[in-house]
Design a protein around this ligand. Structure first.
Ligand code: NAD
Length: 307
């Protein structure tokens, strides 16, 4: 399959590297010149449980230099950059191009809908982890899965093809109709751990040092998933609270991405996580006092971070 990935940071490079190694024609598209330049010069250094190697069978381009229309455009920017990134590759989104988002948060389909017709949008969620080590160098240790579906819920052969291509690349993908529950459960998990760590400066395990950390995290999960349940999405709050508790017990020293962003002086994905949930709750007249307070506090932390 001909696959272009817009936003080729940690996750885009991981997916691009594995998809290229399994025989797909992959183009990484990014605005980070140091990263693109390093990949063009030496290939992508990809360190996974499968080994530490250079992947050279892929292209790396800036958006304005990409000309080949792909079969699939995979979006892997942070959510606050999605619309700008899609504007930059608008010339690649021809009438036959499908667009897939595996980004975190809510609102991804709505953003892509400004650029591609509804029947060509795929949405999903992934539990694969990845980190940028430096320009041209990404690592990912452990295993994850991908779950995806057509955004309009209609089963089409192309969705199964994408699922097979991702699985052949070792990314363990299933296409199923319960993706929205998985997306909301991940949003609840991230709304809890990311925003509390971002405003407190605590690592995930430090949230367990006083009762307040776990209590706040549980309150957020309960609030967020109350919105999903009201929308008729079959989420499992008890399972999600258990996942949060096990992360607090096990993720020693882990700084979630929102905390990393604050420490690095960048804006976070809070608007598409806590922000999008609070907006959805408002439309249903549901109050989310803890989630909304954390949203306000992360916004204030961003003011200081980007000053
Ligand atoms: P990242 O910051 O490492 O990569 C994002 C890339 O997008 C960067 O290389 C950046 O230069 C690029 N970008 C920004 N603006 C652009 C533009 N206008 N055009 C082209 N490229 C542009 O982020 P990431 O960690 O790979 O996360 C990507 C998404 O995946 C996020 O939504 C994140 O929440 C989600 N996610 C991340 C992980 C993880 O472990 N890293 C796991 C699951 C989901």
């Amino acid at each position: 399959m001909k696959i272009s990935i817009v936003g080729a940071g940690a996750m885009g490079s991981l997916f691009g590297g594995l998809l290229a190694e399994s025989g797909n024609e992959v183009t990484l598209i990014d605005v980070n010149d140091a990263h693109i330049g390093a990949i063009r010069a030496k290939g992508l250094r990809l360190a996974t449980d499968g080994g530490d190697r250079q992947v050279t069978v892929l292209k790396a381009l800036r958006p304005e230099d990409a000309a080949d229309l792909p079969d699939l455009l995979l979006v892997f920017t942070k959510t606050l950059h999605t619309s700008a990134a899609l504007s930059g590759v608008r010339h690649l989104i021809g009438p036959n191009v499908h667009v897939l988002s595996l980004q975190n948060g809510l609102g991804n389909v709505e953003k892509i809908a400004g650029f591609a017709s509804p029947e060509r949008i795929l949405i999903g969620v992934t539990t694969w982890p990845a980190d940028m080590v430096g320009p041209g160098h990404v690592h990912s240790h452990g295993k994850g899965v991908v779950r995806l579906m057509a955004a309009d819920g209609i089963e089409r052969p192309f969705v199964s093809q994408v699922s097979e291509v991702l699985t052949e690349a070792g990314l363990d993908c299933t296409s199923d109709r319960t993706v929205w529950a998985a997306i909301w459960e991940k949003v609840a998990f991230n709304a809890a751990l990311n925003s509390i760590c971002a405003v407190s400066g605590c690592t995930v395990d430090e949230l367990g040092k006083v009762a307040d950390g776990s209590r706040l995290a549980n309150d957020v999960v309960t609030e967020v998933l109350s919105v999903a349940l009201r929308m008729g999405i079959d989420v499992d709050p008890a399972k999600c609270r258990a996942n949060v508790a096990s992360a607090i017990a096990q993720h020693i020293g882990h700084k979630p991405s929102m905390l990393q962003d604050i420490l690095a002086g960048r804006r976070t994905e809070v608007e598409s996580i806590n922000g999008a949930v609070v907006a959805a709750a408002g439309r249903l007249s549901i109050e989310l006092p803890v989630t909304e307070t954390l949203l306000s506090l992360v916004r204030l932390a961003e003011v200081r971070a980007i000053a």
